[in-house]
Write a protein that binds this ligand. Structure first.
Ligand code: F6P
Length: 359
């Protein structure tokens, strides 16, 4: 195995607070190991276009808590899906990545991102690229790890928003519908809804009908509760739409994901037809869930993952991801991770919501 001398770091996909804490930990762990670190800008675009910056202690001072990523991100994908076979195939961007890594003498990559970013790292292993993945996405839909960086910071935003919305819903006797992110998984909706005291939580894992939502609101009214908070995941699946998600027409990203959004307003319009003595109003939290300052949990998780990524590289543990399993950080093969993505919310959390009377 060639000696490890230089590590390249990149941050791809949807951002979140915590990424910079991981970048800082990588640099601070690499230094005593005598490793040089460079940062590629904007996810996989950086290696494709040979766009990189040096990453030393000076560049990572004071970034532990700052949201976003000092390297920038993108949804650049050097692979494209073969329409006939559905398989990912290399575009000329792959050769440009290999050329950059050779010329810049980058011996290993640390790729920080969600399943799209990590999927590229895994596919590049077949071309001889040594990469370690760090799971990062507010969606928390990455298999193999209890949590991904960013999820807890998003939970903090959702919980604070629900606390604020409770006071105005109560004052005005209203139904407030809160649309949250999470793509095809309900981690933000269910755990954020539970933490924020939502009365109804609608997640992609369990298709819902307008009738059952209206019945839940009627039951609350009959019990004298003249307001309700509904949390609906952007990827929720209404039975009335045949389980189809509400998306922005024609907008698909480089990994084939439709741009989700709008289910909150659809739900409000449908509830208006139910003749309830309640006025539904909608709040879409959108990119607020991706911004702000990292929570202590995310700062610690990111620091642990950053250190582990360097140590996995030093040990030659490539094509693997840093993962939290209970109290431990372990290495999980990327093939195993990707086979389980997107990770749905576990039955224990779905049951928890039921057990405390949340629809
Ligand atoms: O994957 C993170 C995420 O915020 C999803 O929850 C959301 O559906 C998507 O990114 C939005 O993508 P973009 O930032 O490209 O609009």
């Amino acid at each position: 195995m060639p000696e490890l001398k230089r590590i390249g770091v990149l941050t791809g996909g949807g951002d979140s607070p915590g990424i910079n804490a991981a970048i800082r930990a990588i640099v601070r762990r690499a230094e005593p190991a005598g490793l040089d670190v460079v940062g590629f800008r904007d996810g996989w675009r950086g290696p494709v276009e040979d766009d990189l910056v040096p990453l030393g202690r000076a560049e990572v001072t004071g970034i532990l808590h700052i949201g976003g990523t000092v390297l920038g991100t993108s949804r650049t994908n050097p692979f494209e899906k073969d329409r006939a076979t559905g398989e990912w195939r290399a575009t000329p961007k792959v050769e440009r990545i290999l050329d950059t890594l050779r010329r810049r003498r980058v011996d290993a990559l640390v790729a920080i991102g969600g399943d799209d970013t990590l999927g590229v790292a895994h596919r590049l292993a077949a071309y001889g690229v040594n990469a370690v993945g760090i799971p990062q996405t507010i969606d928390n839909d990455i298999a193999g790890t209890d949590y991904a960086i960013g999820f807890h910071s998003a939970l903090a935003v959702v919980t604070d928003a629900l606390d604020r919305l409770h006071t105005t819903a109560h004052a005005h006797h209203r139904v407030l519908i809160v649309e949250v992110m999470g793509r095809d998984a309900g981690w933000i909706a269910i755990l954020g809804g539970l933490a924020g005291g939502a009365d109804v939580i609608l997640a992609p894992e369990e298709p819902f009908s307008i009738r059952e939502v209206a019945d839940a609101l009627r039951q609350r009214l009959e019990a004298g509760r003249r307001f309700s908070i509904i949390v609906v995941a952007e990827g929720a699946r209404p039975v009335e739409l045949g389980g189809r998600q509400v998306a922005q027409e024609g907008r698909v990203d480089a990994f084939g994901h439709p741009q989700l959004g709008g289910v909150g307003y659809w739900l409000a319009a449908e509830l208006e037809k139910e003749g309830l003595p309640l006025t539904p109003r909608v709040t879409v939290l959108s990119y607020l869930q991706r911004g702000g300052v990292a929570t202590p949990f995310d700062r610690l998780l990111a620091t642990r993952f950053g250190v582990a990524a360097v140590e996995f590289a030093l040990a030659g543990r490539y094509d693997a991801m840093t993962a939290l399993r209970g109290p431990d950080v372990v290495a999980v093969p990327l093939a195993e991770v990707l086979a389980g993505c997107p990770k749905p919310v576990g039955p224990e959390f779905l049951a928890l919501a039921r057990n405390i009377g949340v629809r």
